[in-house]
Design a binder for this molecule. Structure first.
Ligand code: JHZ
Ligand code: SAH
Ligand code: ZN
Length: 404
């Protein structure tokens, strides 16, 4: 197995076994067999990039029926609106600037750019969510971004001031094609800004459910700066973000075009001191995760044996890893509550637990709720105060298994 960035040797450190497509919610009675792959993670001995060992073909994950919508969380809507306003005030130049977003999904970020009357384009291969963006007045092309897409956009629209990607770059194994596409499309002094889950947060919080088919790479400042340099780019800024359980927003510019902010050297030094890409640290992470799996399974089985009812909360992509790795099925969770219309009435992939709308969660409340959308804990607990008032308790498994 070779590194998808540098062809270096990969050392496997965690194996979650056979896993389904995380966002492939099953229509009850659908006779088609589900697709499974081996979900395992390794680290590159040369460039330190942490990555999956098996790649799922992109069309199996991102298609017309892709169900995830960015606007499902009010905190995320606010996050992207704030970012959009910042890009509009700090990154645009000339009298007809151009903003490109990769993986614009339902247009939660670009709707702000569209409303400001600034020229823009969303590149979004999943047709259903791309249509939602278009309905908001966002200009979108239904394509996978790659070198050929970049060349076409450049020819039709000219160069971009800024290319932005949230929770998308780490989903794309074919990085050479992406970064050469960014090189083609970006203005000489433009920036490529992207934000993705931060390896250091995943390791520190044992948030193993960030590992699933769509998350191919687990970035840190060190691996990103080496990856960038291969294509003539330099890491010029980093910013830690609280969303999705801990992310970093990276800014790349052409080598020499901008002076790197002090935060870059600081993060690189911090990562080196902590040794987050050392095999020993990653092996420790894997051992902790196994312990948490056993504790979570024992807790749920014990509660069910006492006759308690337990529902899941948030049919997240992440939860595919938890449910399938821990062997949690409809015998332990009666159903999973989720606000996403495209997930409701379906079954969770692999584990086949029914997904129902949030009204079912309240009618009646369960004794316990497993918070599968733990990254939105604050937002969810604030809106489900009635559950606690009814005597219900939340079960969390990040950073460890606990009941609140
Ligand atoms: P959430 C997806 O991951 C997939 P998921 C992807 N790979 C990725 O990286 C991130 O998004 C960005 C529901 N919900 O955000 C909505 C409620 O029911 O943790 C969602 O289905 N009630 C692209 O799926 C799910 O929970 C609520 O109040 O792990 C949350 O999914 C809220 C706030 C959410 O991402
Ligand atoms: N940016 C949004 C959506 C993340 S979901 C947010 O942070 O909430 C990831 C998105 O990336 C999906 O909508 C998927 O269709 C899209 N995607 C996957 N591969 C892509 C590619 N090669 N180019 C552009 N978008 C891609
Ligand atoms: Zn490598």
């Amino acid at each position: 197995m070779a590194c998808r960035i540098c062809s270096g040797r990969l050392r496997e450190f965690a194996d979650f076994g056979r896993q389904p497509i995380s966002d492939a919610f099953v229509e009850p009675g659908d006779p088609r067999e589900e697709f499974f792959f081996r979900l395992a993670v390794g680290v590159c001995e040369s460039c330190t990039m942490v990555q999956l060992l098996e790649e799922v073909p992109r069309e199996r994950m991102f298609h017309e029926g892709y169900p995830y919508v960015s606007s499902g969380s009010s905190v995320m809507r606010e996050h992207f609106h704030t970012l959009a306003k910042r890009l509009l005030t700090t990154e645009l130049s000339g009298d007809d600037p151009f903003v490109v977003e990769l993986g614009c999904n339902d247009g939660t970020m670009l709707e702000v750019v569209a409303d400001a009357g600034v020229r823009h384009l969303g590149v979004e291969p999943s047709g259903g969510v791309a249509d939602l963006a278009a309905a908001k007045g966002v200009r979108v092309t239904k394509d996978f971004f790659e070198a050929a897409t970049a060349a076409r956009v450049r020819a039709e629209d000219g160069p971009a001031d800024v290319i932005y990607a949230a929770n998308t770059l780490c989903h794309i194994p074919y990085m050479d094609s992406i970064l050469s596409g960014v090189d083609t499309l970006l203005k000489v002094d433009g920036v490529f800004v992207f934000e993705d889950p931060y390896l250091a947060d995943i390791v520190a919080r044992s948030s193993f459910d960030q590992i699933y088919d769509e998350h191919f790479y687990f970035f840190c400042a060190g691996s990103v700066s080496r990856m960038a340099a291969r294509h003539g780019f330099e890491l010029v800024d980093v910013e830690r973000l609280p969303v999705h359980g801990g992310e970093v927003r990276y800014t790349l510019a052409r080598i020499g075009a901008r002076t790197p902010a002090p935060a870059v050297a600081a993060m690189l030094a911090e990562e080196d001191a902590a040794g987050i890409t050392r095999l020993s640290a990653l092996d420790r992470f894997a051992a902790t995760v196994e312990g948490n799996r056993d504790r979570l399974t024992a807790l749920l089985k014990g509660l069910r044996a006492q006759g308690a009812t337990i529902y899941g909360y948030g049919a997240t992509a992440k939860s595919a890893t938890v449910l399938n790795y821990c062997g949690i099925g409809p015998d332990l969770l009666t159903f999973v509550s989720d606000t996403t219309p495209a997930k409701q009435g379906r079954l969770t992939p692999g584990s086949h637990i029914p997904v129902l709308g949030p009204e079912a969660f309240r009618d009646p409340y369960p004794d316990y709720a497993l918070l599968l959308a733990w990254n939105h804990a604050e937002e969810i607990m604030a809106k489900e105060t009635g559950f606690r008032e009814s005597g219900g308790r939340w079960i969390l498994y990040v950073p460890d298994v606990h009941v609140v």
